[in-house]
Ligand binder design. Structure first.
Ligand code: SF4
Length: 247
């Protein structure tokens, strides 16, 4: 199967079939999380694909392609949603393009309603400085919710080892705000397991990871961190903000 890319801006992707109701989805996963808690990532993805079919997608911030690689082995052709905020490093866009070119997946690029120039005109220049929560809401949260409209379940590369906020992240959970099933096949993976998988499988990694950026977001809100520091300490450094609101 060949790789493919799709661009999504301003409207939800509408190719998937009609899905289950939120109540059906919530009931469906109410006991599954515990059953899959100790399952390998591949088995968790197999369950998600068998349960949701083409109403299952993956999201990736293109820090690395570990989850995308796992999914490409289990279910070639799966959609990978990437949020192009308009503020990404060139290396991140390059990683997205490399994933699309080399893995048998369909990379779907979701864009905000407003371009950066339009946002500057409407809200003032550099909203990321004056109101980063609003900037994230318009450039990340809304585009993700819009792009997930055609799916019942989404997989993220979220891991419990990343931050204190994520230590309770379920392998399979109910995202009440989105009305979707959220699957985190790598939730139990340590940093060492990620590195080992990358080495064993020659997985694409954003080159910035090896240049002092272990956690990569938009360039205005991401700084280099010193070796040994909290990997996410470079995100919104100097502010109390720690998450963009999509998790
Ligand atoms: S991370 Fe920064 S630039 Fe990116 S959407 Fe959030 S506030 Fe805006």
């Amino acid at each position: 199967m060949t790789a493919a890319t799709t661009r999504l801006a301003g409207a939800a992707r509408g190719t998937a079939t009609e899905g289950r109701s939120p109540e059906e989805l919530r009931d469906l996963v109410s006991h599954v999380g515990a059953e899959l808690e100790l399952a390998p990532a591949e088995v968790i993805v197999e369950w998600a694909v068998a349960t949701f079919g083409d109403r299952f997608c993956v999201t990736s911030s293109m820090g690395d392609a570990v989850l995308a690689h796992v999914v490409s082995r289990v279910a070639p052709g799966t959609d990978v949603v990437f949020l192009d905020t308009g503020y990404h490093f060139a290396e991140t866009i390059g990683t997205r393009d490399a994933v699309a070119a080399t893995l048998p997946l369909t990379v779907v690029t979701a864009e905000p309603e407003l371009s950066v120039a339009e946002q500057d005109a409407a809200y003032g220049k550099d909203l990321f400085r004056t109101d980063p929560d609003l900037c994230c809401a318009m450039r990340k949260v809304e585009p993700l919710e819009r792009s997930l409209a055609g799916y019942d379940a989404w997989a993220t590369g979220l891991r419990r080892a990343e931050t204190r906020n994520r230590v309770v992240a379920p392998v399979v959970g109910w995202d009440a705000r989105k009305g979707k099933v959220k699957v985190s096949p790598l939730a139990r993976w340590s940093d060492e397991q990620v590195e080992q998988y990358v080495q064993d499988n020659g997985v694409l990694v954003n080159p910035l990871v090896h240049d002092g950026y272990p956690s990569i977001g938009c360039w205005p809100c991401t700084r280099r961190v010193a070796a040994g520091d909290d990997p996410r300490s470079g995100r919104w450094a100097g502010t109390s903000k720690t998450e963009c609101g999509i998790h």
